[in-house]
Design a binder for this molecule. Sequence first.
Ligand code: NAP
Length: 316
Amino acid sequence: MKPPIAILGTVWPDAVLAALDQQFTCHKLTRMTGEQRAGFFRAEAAGVRGVLTTGVAGIDAALAAQFPALEIVAVHGVGLDAVALEALAARGIVVTNTPDVLTDDVADLAVSLLLAAARRIPALDRYVRAGHWADKRPLQPSRSLRGKVAGIYGYGRIGQAVAARLRGFGMEIRYFQRSDGPEPALRSPSLQALAGASDYLLVCAPGGPATCHAVDAAVLDALGPEGTLVNIARGSVVDEAALVAALASKRLGGAALDVFEDEPNVPAALTTLENVVLTPHVGSLTVEARLAMRELAIGNLLAHFAGKPLLSPVDA
Ligand code: NAP
């Protein structure tokens, strides 16, 4: 008998869902109508042994409780802030995610955002499209990167990949995280100290309660009017209201953001500011990364139900 699984999230192409149907009895929750969902929870949920979800959709404790036979949650993504890790661990349910295979592409986006903000590329694109070049509207020079300090909050896989790229631009690297990390001499004593020493503050730390609003008004003030915030991690790490206030009052120089507190809702104020660059949570959205993430997430499910070692288990 094929193992019954529930599939959450909107990242699964039809062909992938069809291939999953060959291996599992699939309950595609995000494609169900309200009535179908009610029927599923009444009749089928009790038999579900696996959940395939995404970092954004996750699985909370209330949903996990609807699956009494659950053995494994396979997450497509690396962030686990939307996954009820404690509740799952308490029931002995294993969790897997997809680290490493997306690191380069997410780091590339972080650097792209930093460059776009530093060289004001979206604003200049708007300038050309609006005909202001032909109008001879004056232009201000932007700032070079060489010799500037990139402060990285969360010096893990993605943070270190960002640093490797920015060193190529002649930037100086510092970081802050809880542990010493691989280059302790570069570690600042606090996030606020890091922001104070940085021209660019790049958020690469996970979301969740421990980092919620860690980038607050005091951190943004320490970064200052010449400073730029880049966030590719999770919107919850930044106090968005404080960010809007700092940008609007020019206490902060600029921001480049891939993630937001209430996705897909972006504060209107951010969409009107010239010195802000916005992307819609696309750090890992490349053909190559998404293929590798799908293969790893599904590979973990297949390994589990074949009684083989998991490919990328999350440490309990
Ligand atoms: P990782 O290798 O686990 O690195 C995370 C780093 O953050 C670690 O070095 C960790 O060091 C530090 N950290 C964790 N908790 C912290 C805390 N409370 N305070 C300060 N530092 C803390 O993870 P990764 O693969 O680099 O991914 C990082 C995050 O990027 C993910 O969690 C995810 O949310 C986000 N992400 C976003 C996208 C996107 O599409 N925009 C794509 C992929 C990932 P310590 O434990 O020593 O503190």
